[in-house]
Ligand binder design. Sequence first.
Ligand code: NDP
Length: 240
Amino acid sequence: MNKVWLITGASSGFGRAIAEAAVADGDVVVGAARRPEALDDLVAAHPGQVEALRLDVTDPAAIDAAVQGVVARHGRMDVLVNNAGRTHVGAFEETADAELRDLFDLHVFGPAALVRAVLPHMRERRSGAVVQMSSMGGQMSFAGFSAYSGTKFALEGMSEALADEVREYGVKVLIVEPGAFRTSLFDGASASPESEAYAGSVGVTRRMIAEGAGKQPGDPAKAAALILAALDAEVTPLRL
Ligand code: NDP
């Protein structure tokens, strides 16, 4: 039977690529984002198979309703992909609490709320999968990425525990750790002000991003194919 997917951050990059790969497999995809209109072409090309949903994953009040809506309209949910994300560059000392909290809302609290919303359904059906889009930055960190990596380390720690807890219910958890890929992740990066104090270490990271943004080697479409294969093969973590 074909699967029903809920993919957050499906309006670009990895989310969009995973949506396209799942649709090509004949699956039903609900693509969620703050800009669902970016999926209009995919919806039009696959009527009834693709749905675009407006969802800000940092809005906890919207999450239960979104999940229940998907199950009500499509009968079930087989795969949740916690993919929505953004990045931030700045020295630890100069990263404001508001920035840190916002990244934790996006990469940790949003995914946690989505997992809590889907699990009763998946546990009852004794089937389902959760894909957690972490990062190479969820395994290692470097100057300028304390906030981003802090959230991804947290996501990974929680996800490893989750995998152990839900295995007996037939629910899989796939942690994905991409390296550098061509998406709009760095175009939308926020940054703390550049300071003399950290011009050396963080400056290197800023220059790397300035020079490499949009020119990353990895192809999200190839990554999406590997993610679908890893789900079937139960390989985790998946390092891309
Ligand atoms: P993109 O910028 O291309 O995509 C990010 C997506 O997240 C967009 O669709 C955006 O949609 C969505 N998004 C951002 N904020 C929210 C929000 N509050 N609620 C819902 N959706 C949101 O970047 P990538 O595809 O590269 O990023 C996807 C994931 O991959 C991220 O978790 C990122 O950390 C991870 N990753 C990426 C790497 C890379 O090199 N590209 C490397 C390692 C990890 P919209 O604006 O419409 O809401």
